[in-house]
Structure formats: C-alpha cells, structure tokens
Design a protein. Structure first.
Length: 180
C-alpha cells in the first residue's frame, strides 16, 4: 500500500509540474493582446505578495473586476519610488469603489491607513470607522482618499488607473506606514 501511495504522489507531482510548465509557456505566446503599456494585477500567488507592483511612465494599473468582492482588496503599487496602496471593494449596490489606502486627514501621521473589520474600514491612526459603501462617495474628512470616476477607466472587465494619476498622488504617501 505504501508503494502505491508513493507512485500516486509522483504521478500527481509530475502532472502538477507539467501544468506549471504549460501555463508558463502559454505566457510566452506571440498572440498576447494585452496592452504593452499596462500592468495587470492577477489573482495568482505572485500578485498576492506584499511586494508592490512597479508602475512606470506610460503604464497603468489594471485591476480585474472579477476578483473584487464585498471584502476590500488591497493592491500595493510603487510609482516614482513611492509605495502606495489602492483599495477596491464592491459596495452593497453592486458598484465597484476605489480609493487610496490612506486617510485624507491622518495621511501624514505614518499610521493613516485602513484595515477592514466586517463592513467597515478602520483608520489605524485615529480609529475612525468608515463603512465600505462610503468609499469614493465621501471626501474631505477622515476617510480613505477617493479615486473618483474621472481618475480611472472602468469597463465590465477591469479598472485602469494611469501612471499619471498615481504619480500625481505620491505626495500623500510620503510618510505612509512608516515605522516609529
């Protein structure tokens, strides 16, 4: 019995390795129709790392709409050497809301960022609780810094945020999540 399990395990490992190689090679196809000037966040393990995705001039951050749910998703990016984070969440009305993960009031404190607790985002500096349905609706207060419709391109498949907009927003992240 032990021998059979070992052989079965080897077969599964070989199948998994073949799948990984096939998947990797499919990315090398010349039929890639993705815009060379966009960087797409994908739902694989690499995209889930805490390492920010570098967005350079003439590129855009592309967030697939299909991976956005009622649980806020945080997308770390780096633009012009500054690390930032974008929040995307589906509101109770089904609309997709986006904001920078920094508080409009507390952003310069080093702790002016949000963590989700239930249907609320909590500012890690002042403790203000902010309902996810209010993202991109409220502005000029202790709330996530909104990314309004005029600052992004939304289709049925994706949300695109340009380098130019990200670059213009780096100042509010100068002290973001700094250690004390």
């Amino acid at each position: 019995m032990r021998f059979k399990k070992s052989e079965k395990g080897k077969a599964l490992m070989q199948l998994a390795a073949a799948f990984i190689v096939a998947f990797a090679l499919s990315g090398c196809s010349s039929d890639d129709t993705r815009n060379a000037e966009s960087i797409e966040i994908r739902s694989d393990d690499e995209a889930r790392s805490d390492e920010p995705l570098e967005i350079k001039e003439n590129e855009s951050l592309i967030i697939p709409v299909g991976e956005i749910s009622e649980t806020a998703k945080f997308y770390p990016v780096k633009t012009d050497g500054v690390t930032m984070e974008i929040i995307a969440v589906k509101a109770s009305d089904g609309s997709i809301r986006t904001a920078f993960n920094t508080c409009e009031v507390c952003y310069d404190s080093g702790r002016g960022y949000y963590k989700q607790s239930g249907n609320a985002l909590i500012c890690q500096n002042c403790g203000n609780s902010f309902q996810t349905d209010q993202i991109e609706i409220r502005s000029n207060g202790c709330n996530p810094w909104p990314i309004f419709a005029s600052d992004k391109t939304v289709t049925d498949e994706s949300i695109e945020i340009s380098y130019d907009f990200l670059s213009a927003s780096t100042e509010v992240f100068a002290n973001w999540k700094r250690s004390y």
